[in-house]
Design a protein around this ligand. Structure first.
Ligand code: HEM
Ligand code: HEM
Length: 184
């Protein structure tokens, strides 16, 4: 792995971080809370802008996170800052959980759509009506994936909020350059 002596994340890591953060927040805001009722009333999800945008942005997060994982494997080292061991471990744990959620959110959504026999509807009129290959998979019966997805959606916003507050605390109180290391 290449060495990075700078106190900054490389440009691509910053771009991945901020585009993903903004996309997650917009997807969350557009979360289709009345999804079940709409479908119960016979409304096609493909005709609803919020649902189409939500699913498209959510799958964008999945694509970005997959590419970002490849980049993390080959990029220059992330900047390192002096801090107490417990703080370093906690921040690593938080990053790890956020990474897991960035993958788990789209996957749980696809499992929810598949097990509940709903179509996947994306921008540009793209849709997959038959998701039965998911309904027939081993994972489909393990949980109510719609509930899991909603829970994970709330969780990522709470954790990202705590993560952002921690970054601001480092900037204002500890003045250690961690926040600016990720700023564009
Ligand atoms: C970063 C990615 C995502 C976030 C943060 C997110 C967040 C959420 C949240 C918070 C809800 C619940 C809304 C409410 O109850 O008010 C929700 C519902 C839903 N999301 Fe996502 N989502 C993401 C990705 C996706 C993807 C990729 C898809 C589809 C491929 C999707 C499809 C759905 C569906 C169908 C529902 C309704 C579930 C139901 O009521 O059973 N989401 N999402
Ligand atoms: C949904 C929103 C967010 C998600 C999912 C998220 C996720 C992540 C992840 C996975 C990392 C590790 C990055 C890497 O190794 O390349 C990271 C780093 C970082 N994030 Fe976020 N983030 C979000 C929002 C924010 C916000 C709003 C701020 C600032 C106010 C912020 C500040 C930082 C900083 C300063 C780092 C570097 C921390 C360090 O090296 O210890 N993030 N974030």
């Amino acid at each position: 792995m290449k060495k990075n002596n700078a106190d900054q994340y490389d440009k691509l890591s910053k771009a991945f971080h901020w585009i993903t953060a903004i996309t997650v927040v917009i997807a969350f805001v557009l979360g289709p809370g009345d999804f079940g009722r709409l479908l119960h009333n016979g409304i096609d999800p493909g005709t609803r802008n919020d649902i189409v945008w939500h699913e498209t942005l959510g799958l964008t997060v999945f694509t970005l996170t997959s590419l970002r994982l490849v980049w993390v494997a080959v990029r220059p080292d992330a900047p390192r800052f002096q801090m107490a061991t417990w703080m370093r471990l906690l921040s690593r744990l938080m990053h790890f959980v956020l990474w897991c959620l960035l993958f788990a959110l789209p996957l749980s959504a696809l499992l929810a759509l598949g097990t509940e026999a709903h179509p996947l509807t994306l921008l540009g009129g793209f849709r997959i009506n038959d998701m039965s290959f998911i309904a027939n998979s081993y994972f489909s019966g393990l949980a109510d994936w719609g509930d899991v997805h909603k829970f994970l959606g709330d969780l990522i916003i709470w954790l990202a909020g705590i993560h952002a507050l921690a970054a601001i605390y480092h900037h204002i109180k500890l003045k250690d350059g961690i926040l600016t290391s990720m700023l564009p």
